[in-house]
Ligand binder design. Structure first.
Ligand code: ADP
Ligand code: ADP
Length: 227
């Protein structure tokens, strides 16, 4: 099975904007895949559909073989999503946020606490565990969302512009962490504006422009073309 199979994906928003005009895309298990493209190209819409936050207008999407139309819950349980906007309760404590997330997926509380400690330590947030999320810096909030997304141990981690507005030192630490968990077998898909980020991290790259996938290649292949 593939981590992700997309066929003929289309999205027309209520206002009539054709955000996706027929996307075909396959991502192998264990891959690290970057979706690049200018603002408004359709990147967020694509990952919104994969993670079932946005309804598609047409097409097929399978996550580890589970069809989004007929096996939604199974498909969803494979995915951890790190959205662009901070969407946690700012008044909740860091540890509470990640432990509660695991609860949503039926993870036992004792196990959830073990995982919370592991991920919060790895993402350098353990010392902040009893702080309300609103007291964290932007980079810490982003790491909190990564920890939260991992709590049900998804096989596919999807990140929307994970390092936007994060300073270079923290960005490097996040890259190292993502490489590490990818090395442990988690498939990763991220959107980014930074070609450098894709170059540092990704094996495959797709370029979306005006709702179409205009390039789908290996990072090496792309760099070869640019040079
Ligand atoms: P859907 O087709 O998914 O129901 P809607 O058109 O109803 O989408 O809009 C959903 C939300 O997105 C609304 O809160 C709206 O304010 C916001 N929105 C509308 N247009 C845009 C846009 N061009 N870019 C980003 N967000 C938008
Ligand atoms: P990207 O993530 O590449 O910047 P998006 O997927 O956010 O692109 O947007 C693709 C197109 O769909 C843009 O024209 C955007 O304005 C439009 N769009 C995005 N979200 C909505 C929405 N909720 N309602 C209406 N139009 C939207």
């Amino acid at each position: 099975t593939k981590a992700l199979e997309i066929e003929g994906l289309r999205k027309t928003y209520a206002g009539g904007v054709e955000a996706l005009k027929g996307i075909d895309l396959t991502v192998e298990q264990g891959d690290f895949y970057a979706l690049l493209g200018p603002n408004g190209a359709g990147k967020s819409t694509t990952i919104g559909i994969i993670s079932s936050l946005v309804n598609k207008s047409a097409g097929k999407v399978k996550v580890f073989g589970y069809d989004l139309d007929s096996q939604l819950e199974l498909a969803k349980s494979q995915i951890g999503l790190v959205p662009q906007e901070f969407n946690f309760n700012q008044f909740e404590k860091v540890q509470q946020i990640v432990v509660n997330q695991a609860g949503l997926y039926g993870v036992e509380r004792a196990e959830a606490k073990v995982r919370a400690e592991r991920y919060l330590r790895q993402l350098d947030l353990w010392e902040k565990r009893d702080q309300p999320a609103r007291t964290l810096s932007g980079g810490m909030k982003r790491r909190l969302m990564i920890a939260r997304a991992l709590m049900h141990q998804p096989r596919l981690l999807i990140l929307d512009e994970p390092t936007a507005g994060v300073d270079i030192e923290i960005r490097r630490a996040m890259w190292d962490f993502l490489k590490e968990i990818n090395g442990q077998g988690i498939t990763i898909i991220l959107t980014t504006h930074y070609l450098e980020e894709a170059e540092m991290l990704c094996r495959h790259i797709g370029i979306i422009d005006k709702g179409r996938l205009v390039e789908n290649t290996t990072m090496k292949g792309l760099l070869g073309k640019l040079n």
